[in-house]
Write a protein that binds this ligand. Sequence first.
Ligand code: NDP
Length: 241
Amino acid sequence: MARVALVTGGTRGIGAAISTALKQAGYHVAANYGGNDEAASAFKTETGIPVFKFDVSDHAACDAGIKQVVSELGPIDILVNNAGITRDTMFHRMTFDQWSAVIRTNLDSVFNCTRPVIDGMRERGFGRVIIISSINGQKGQMGQANYSAAKAGVIGFAKALAQENANKGITVNVIAPGYIATEMVKAVPEDVLKSKILPLIPVGRLGEAEEIARGVLFLASDGAGFVTGSTLTMNGGQYMT
Ligand code: NDP
C-alpha cells in the first residue's frame, strides 16, 4: 500500500514542489498551509492533492489538523516539516514579536507536528521525518538572528530524535537549502541578484524548488534507511560543511 506523507507549508514554494514530487512518486500526500486560501485552492485544483489548513505554530491546532489528515488518508509514514517564515531585522531593532513568531513557526512547529506522529511510526516500525532548515541556520546570517536560531535548532532536534528512534525503523534528517528561486527570492531586484547574490554561489545560479524535492524523495525512500541524523546541504556550493 502507498505510504502517506504530510508536507507542512506544502501548497506554495519549496513545499509545493515537495508535495508534487511525492505524489508523482506514488505517495498519498496531504499538503498543509497556514492562511493563503487562494494559493491553497489553486494548488489543490492543479495537483489534486488534498489541502489541510492549520497553523503549525499552534500546538492544539496541529493535534486537531493531524487527526483530520489521519482520518482521511491514514497514518502518517513521512512527515516533511517545511513551513517557515522570516521576520528579518537587525537584532538591536528586533521586537519580541518578531523573535517569537519565527521561533514558533519554524521551531515549535517541529515539536507540534512531529509529536502527534512519532508514536504511530514507532508502533509500525517505519517512519521518515524530514525537516527543511536553511544555510542560514548553519552559518548564521546578519538580520536573521531569530531565523538562524530556529533553523540551527532543528538540526540539534533531528540529531537527538534520530538517536532515540534509530532502532524503530525511523530516520530523522534535515535539508539545508541555499538560495532557492521561490517567490520570496524572485522578488529580489535583478541587479541585486546579479551583483550580490549570484557571486556567492559557485554553481552560478539559484536552486530550483524541484531540486530540494529530489533530496526529500531520497530521504523519504525505503532505501535511505541507513541515513539518519544527517544534514543534506543543497546550496550550489555556497557553504560547505
Ligand atoms: P513560501 O513562503 O513560498 O511558502 C511557505 C509555506 O509555508 C506556505 O505554504 C505557507 O502557507 C506555509 N506556512 C507559513 N506559515 C505557516 C503556519 N504558521 N502554519 C502553516 N503553514 C504555514 O516559503 P519557501 O517555499 O520559500 O520556504 C519553505 C521552507 O524552506 C521554509 O522553512 C524556509 O525557511 C526554507 N528555506 C527557503 C529558502 C528559499 O530560498 N526560499 C532557503 C532556505 C530555506 P500559506 O500559503 O497559507 O501562507
